[in-house]
Design a protein around this ligand. Structure first.
Ligand code: GPP
Ligand code: MG
Length: 280
């Protein structure tokens, strides 16, 4: 396994957390079609899956959850705009690599993924080899705040639920340096709602569960504005993700965090947000 020296003790802890992670909610969903995601789902649920005969019901629920997670990735990719086959894109906090595979398939372009977890990177590179796309899709063990990649080399960069592991000012400074002028940045993230106030008990529970630090919604826009990233589209995906979490409570792959998501989305303390921004 490749290793890097993370910059902080916290990053070492995060690498260890994701190196140890083998939750069925991620592996069994990925096994459906070989696309392994580390994010949640959006869109309407086909509730008829709950009427499936008992022997097949759990697999039907898992298939449906996976469909909604893949729909989330397609939504993010849609907001990357136009990417030409000769251009490069970067998946910051790539997990087991699912979003990069779909983005490469959408654009035919080069995709780099970066993660602190050598286990995730090895897994993702193995999948790219199996898919025969490893000449164009490469995953790297590294720190998204200090990638060592070529400045200005990327037409698009995204964080699919990975911003809660980094300081946003540092993150957007790094992305701004890597993006070409006119390039696109997209994140889908969970953020706490400034209108509610400070992080609620459920938001704190989510932080403890994933060893992350969910940012305020306002922090995103302040840190983007400070780093030449100008929002072109902002969408509150909270109503679109609640059905996914409700379906997840009916599955055999619950992790115990479902109620914290559902209660904080419903009491307004937490939001599932998409932000797309231009690098000016
Ligand atoms: C990853 O999803 C989740 C995170 C990286 C952090 C939390 C995200 C927020 C929006 C707060 P996963 O697919 O690994 O999680 P799970 O195992 O629960 O499905
Ligand atoms: Mg998951």
């Amino acid at each position: 396994m490749t290793t890097v020296t993370p910059h902080s003790r916290y990053q070492q802890d995060i690498a260890a957390y994701w190196n140890a992670e083998e939750r069925p909610v991620n592996l069994r969903l990925g096994d459906v079609d070989g696309l392994y995601h580390h994010h949640y789902g959006v869109g309407d649920v086909d509730w008829s899956v709950l009427e499936t005969p008992e022997t097949d019901r759990d697999q039907a629920i898992i298939n449906e959850m996976h469909r909604l997670e893949t729909a989330q990735a397609h939504l993010l990719i849609h907001h990357l705009g136009e990417v030409k086959p000769e251009q490069r894109i970067l998946d910051a906090g790539c997990g087991r690599g699912g979003t990069s595979v779909l983005a490469h398939q959408a654009f035919g372009c080069h995709a780099d993924g970066i993660s602190l977890s050598s286990k995730q990177v090895d897994f993702a590179n193995r999948r790219a080899r199996e898919l025969g796309i490893d000449d164009k899709v490469r995953y790297h063990v590294g720190n998204m705040l200090d990638t060592g990649f070529t400045p200005g080399a990327y037409q698009a960069i995204w964080n699919n639920e990975s911003t809660m592991y980094v300081d946003l000012k540092d993150l957007f400074a790094a992305h701004s340096a890597l993006l070409a002028r006119g390039g696109r940045y997209v994140t889908i993230t969970g953020c706490y709602n400034d209108v509610y106030g400070q992080p609620s008990k459920a938001v704190s529970t989510i932080n403890a569960h994933y060893e992350c630090n969910i940012h305020a919604r306002s922090e995103y826009f302040a840190a983007m504005a400070a780093n030449r990233l100008v929002p072109v589209h902002v969408e509150n995906l909270t109503p679109a993700t609640i059905p996914y979490w409700e379906l997840r409570t009916h599955s055999s792959v619950t992790t115990g965090i479902e109620d914290a998501f559902l209660s904080s989305y419903k009491d307004g303390s937490f939001q599932y947000l998409l932000i797309a921004a231009d690098r000016i």
